[in-house]
Design a protein around this ligand. Structure first.
Ligand code: PRP
Ligand code: URA
Length: 206
């Protein structure tokens, strides 16, 4: 499994703001989107292209357009906080929604909503979730998406724990992971250290 970790200075600057416990909801959500914008650029660098003919006001020329369909899969709730910048950069992408939360006691993911576009076969799928902690939620989401036979799956997370990366490596060797940063470890309640706390609560002020 390939894992890319961003070295972009802007990612680290925005992280320094959203990690702060007293950063308010509005600024938190804004900088989370800013990080997602940089990760969107990094995670789409190798998208397949096709040559097309276009007509400029002056003449015809060939141009490179995106080839295969792209499907964005935010994991609700917190993944929705990353969706807008990905849609801004790839407005033709379809959006599949997967709703899951982590049971506080067992740390196992509980699925409560799924809405998938009819045609996913052969597409490139980008799964969006700010936090990769135990990896249970992402692993289950990837297993679910694989039923629809996409050509490629990329998982995009803002902060990951080594335990989560290892879980994805064991369960899904064939995908690619893009991270903002790799943190130190999980605590006993499955929270990432140093992390930023509960991403969903901080995005939505709950
Ligand atoms: C968070 C996060 C991931 C999951 C990561 O969601 O957004 O989906 O936890 O944990 P894991 O790697 O151990 O599975 P949460 O369960 O807090 O739901 P929310 O997005 O609705 O707040
Ligand atoms: N989910 C979060 O939102 N934060 C963590 O640190 C772990 C899981």
């Amino acid at each position: 499994m390939e894992v890319f970790t961003s070295t972009h200075p802007l990612v680290h600057h925005y992280l320094s703001v959203i990690r702060q416990q007293d950063t308010e909801t509005e600024l938190f959500a804004h900088h989370l989107e800013n990080i997602a914008t940089v990760l969107a650029v990094e995670a789409t660098r190798d998208l397949r292209q096709q040559q097309i003919e276009v007509t400029t006001p002056l003449e015809n020329c060939s141009a490179l357009a995106l080839d295969k369909p792209i499907i964005l899969v935010p994991i609700l709730r917190a993944g929705l906080g990353m969706l807008a910048p990905f849609r801004r950069l790839i407005p033709t992408a379809q959006v599949a929604h997967v709703g899951m939360y982590r049971d506080e006691e067992t740390l196992e993911p509980v699925v409560y909503y799924q809405r998938i576009p009819a045609e996913m076969e052969g597409s490139t799928v980008l799964i969006l979730d700010p936090m990769l902690a135990t990896g249970g939620s992402a692993s289950q989401a990837i297993t679910f998406i694989k039923q629809y036979r996409p050509a490629r799956i990329k998982l995009v997370n803002i902060i990951a724990a080594p335990e989560g990366v290892e879980r994805i490596r064991q369960d899904h060797e064939d995908i690619t992971v893009f991270l903002g940063v790799l943190d130190r470890q999980l605590n006993q309640r499955g929270y990432i250290l140093p992390g930023l706390g509960d991403a969903g609560d901080r995005i939505y002020g709950t």
